[in-house]
Write a protein that binds this ligand. Sequence first.
Ligand SMILES: Cc1cc2c(cc1C)N(C[C@H](O)[C@H](O)[C@H](O)COP(=O)(O)OP(=O)(O)OC[C@H]1O[C@@H](n3cnc4c(N)ncnc43)[C@H](O)[C@@H]1O)c1[nH]c(=O)[nH]c(=O)c1N2
Ligand SMILES: O=C(O)Cc1ccc(O)cc1
Length: 490
Amino acid sequence: MPAKTGKQYIERVDKAKANVWINGEQVTGNVSEHPAFKGVMKTQAALYDMQHDRDKKDYMTYVSPTTGNRIGTSFMQPKTKEDLEMRRKMMQEWARYNNGMMGRSPDYINVGMMAYGAAADMFGKQDEMYAGNMENYLEYCRENDLSLTHTLINPQVNRGVNTAQLPDPYIAARIKEKTSEGVIIKGARLLATQGGITDEIMVFPSTLLKQSEEENPYAYAFSIPNNTPGLKFICRESFDYGKSNFDHPLGSRFEEMDTIVVFDDVVVPWDRVFSLGDVETCNEAYNASNAVVHMTHQVVSKNIAKTEFILGTLQLMAETINIGQYQHIQEKISEVIIGLETMKAYVTASEANAKMDQWGTMTPEFAPLNVARHYFPKLYPRFTEIMQLMGASGLMAIPNEADFHSPIRSDLDKYLQSANGDAYNRVKLYRLAWDICISAFGSRQTLYERFFFGDPVRMASALYNGYDKQEYVDRVKEFLNRSEEVVESK
Ligand SMILES: Cc1cc2c(cc1C)N(C[C@H](O)[C@H](O)[C@H](O)COP(=O)(O)OP(=O)(O)OC[C@H]1O[C@@H](n3cnc4c(N)ncnc43)[C@H](O)[C@@H]1O)c1[nH]c(=O)[nH]c(=O)c1N2
Ligand SMILES: O=C(O)Cc1ccc(O)cc1
């Protein structure tokens, strides 16, 4: 089928009736009508609709190599640098619509899935069937414009021992049995963002936690529909409180939800298994396929849009209460400008130095993207801190929409007016700032940026250990050993 529409996205997720639990209740009606999900699903539907916008569809979609249909660009296997640029343009179109607040818009997994599919051969070391499964699955996702959630992390029970040493072997989801139908999986995984509002779930090895042979039953990769029997999504409390866009400008639109995933003897059909009990393949899949590079290309492109939005909000705040002339305000906003230009430079460098990889995919240079994914988790908490420092009491003097339609309106109009505008528009802006840097939605954004790509401490170790430092060490040694004759001046 051609790239799907928003309506098709919603109808498909509603029809699937996945087993989603929230506030002690199972969602039995349409997910898209549930207060916790309806705002974000409407936004996600708008993203899909952009694929059909007459002015945008030339870059939001491309021609399928197998069916000739116009399909979503995030599934495209880039062959040239121009393809990479087009894909970035598409991803930023989505990111600018959600202001970078939806980390798991479908392009995040789509570009990873593209890379895994292109590198399908690497999954076939133990059995060629797995390579075929991976290749077929990519085509299935691509041609049906699937939306995917994913889960890589084991429950946070005891991080001092490895998965196999937990008190119950079925806390972390593991292979229980193999039958003629497929593989039976039992246990749990964390933390599937967009768990209840996508078509399928990709259950892959953690990219950072290298598994040992002892953890063999925990080494696998598969994808299954979210409504597979035995699969359950347990949601946290929603940060969309059903308020208006005025009251809760971000939470009412972009609350993606995070879920714990439980596998109660879930049967994964053989044609959906991509790797099984193969510790080596699981440990190398993410890097060797270059999925990490393509996903980071999406992340950094998205974070450019997010930083632009933070910058715009801060500048508007400065203008609203007339503080832009103070030096420390200028310095603080310039920190965000520096962050923005740095992120843009990383993406530009990665595309300019892109090369064809061994799987025939034009692949951005990883070094600048890798640095960007380490750097942004440090920048983003500072951005929200800057917003608090600039907002001060204004972040609390934020009556809601109902107050503006009540008898106290005249008080609000008088006391909440701003240097260059009325109270209504000033409060509208400061409610946005509150939703970025104070609300539960905003705090989750900060936590997300800190952790979504993995534990920053272990990521830093991986960077340190993988980075070739020898050339620089040798240069210093050479310098220390250099003996220069001292020429005495006459
Ligand atoms: C909002 C949001 C959304 C998502 C996710 C997280 C968050 C916060 N994640 C999960 C994410 O991948 C995960 O948070 C990180 O990989 C870190 O793992 P843990 O949360 O288990 O922390 P973990 O338990 O590993 O760490 C907790 C603390 O202990 C320290 N620590 C633990 N072990 C250590 C060690 N060996 N050495 C040094 N320090 C150690 C860490 O440094 C950290 O301070 C996710 N995942 C996913 O698969 N799909 C998704 O969609 C999402 N979405
Ligand atoms: O692989 C990990 O250990 C962390 C991680 C989790 C989700 C994700 O999308 C990327 C990395």
